[in-house]
Design a protein around this ligand. Structure first.
Ligand code: SAM
Length: 265
């Protein structure tokens, strides 16, 4: 699929954008969702829908909605109108964002934490479109294991290969090959309290971003992150990122290398 090329259809990167899609964008999204093998997806959804997790968290199962939300971020970042980029999708989950990008011709490395880590973490998908979504209870091992297994099946269904990398405070990233034009962590939860570890402080964030800047980011590269809703405990992070020159809109953050370096200090 060729990206939209016409200048009139381009908005440029605008992480604050949340308006309606243009007709051309709607057609592009439809060309992605129309390709879904519904009977095969239906079998996966039925299987996971029968678990306690699936019955309680039906929105996790709605892959087409995951794709719609991923496409909205693609449009915010102008990735539907950008020449082929090398993109890193950290914590890819169901792989919807990586799938959309691959469909558009971008080169994507999608990472996900180790599955046995999932029982130690609370994760939830609070993107705007997930109204009424409350997420699994922290510490509910069955729920979190089931979430990881669903994500693995959905990413596999979408043909998204995942590199296993559990992001941890003060631990460098693995070698992921060439540097990236764009590094994304959408609805990220890797800075969440884990075991008896508190939510990441600014020092943990500085370590993470300095490692990313030094080893993963291309010279003109950028980093896009969206924090979960209700991330009030990250107010200090958002303020520090803004002061460093990052664009911050609601829970979304876009950093270039300069802002990254200023944040690291
Ligand atoms: C809320 S989901 C978002 C998934 C996807 N990025 C999206 O927006 O649809 C959070 C994802 O981050 C992953 N994750 C959580 N902690 C992580 C960590 N420490 N390292 C890597 N991935 C992690 C979860 O397994 C899950 O797939």
């Amino acid at each position: 699929m060729r990206p939209l090329q016409s200048k009139s259809q381009r908005r440029g990167m605008d992480i604050a954008w949340s308006g309606p899609f243009t007709p051309a964008e709607r057609r592009l999204l439809a060309s992605i969702t129309d390709g879904i093998d519904r009977p095969r997806l239906g079998a996966i959804v039925r299987r996971h829908g029968e678990t306690g997790f699936g019955r309680r968290k039906r929105k996790y199962l709605e892959l087409v909605n995951h794709i719609g939300r991923a496409f909205r971020d693609v449009v915010r970042l102008d990735l539907h109108a950008t020449a082929r980029w090398r993109v890193l999708d950290i914590g890819t989950g169901p792989g919807a964002f990586a799938h959309v990008l691959e469909h558009l011709g971008h080169e994507v490395v999608a990472t996900e934490r180790a599955e046995d880590e999932s029982i130690m973490w609370s994760t939830w998908c609070p993107e705007d479109a997930l109204d009424g979504f409350d997420g699994p209870s922290s510490g509910d091992e069955e729920v979190l294991g089931a979430e990881a297994s669903l994500y693995a099946d959905l990413a596999d269904f979408l043909g998204v290969e995942r590199v296993i990398w559990t992001v941890e405070a003060a631990k460098p990233a693995p070698d992921l090959g060439d540097r990236f034009d764009l590094i994304c962590a959408r609805n990220l939860y890797f800075d969440h309290p884990r075991g008896n570890q508190p939510v990441w402080g600014l020092d943990a964030w500085r370590f993470f971003l300095s490692d990313v800047e030094a080893r993963l980011l291309a010279p003109e590269g950028r980093l896009f992150m969206s924090l979960p809703a209700g991330a009030s405990e990250r107010e200090d992070l958002l303020t520090a990122l803004k002061e460093a020159g990052a664009q911050v809109s609601s829970r979304r953050v876009l950093l270039d290398r300069n802002a990254c370096c200023r944040f690291i200090g």
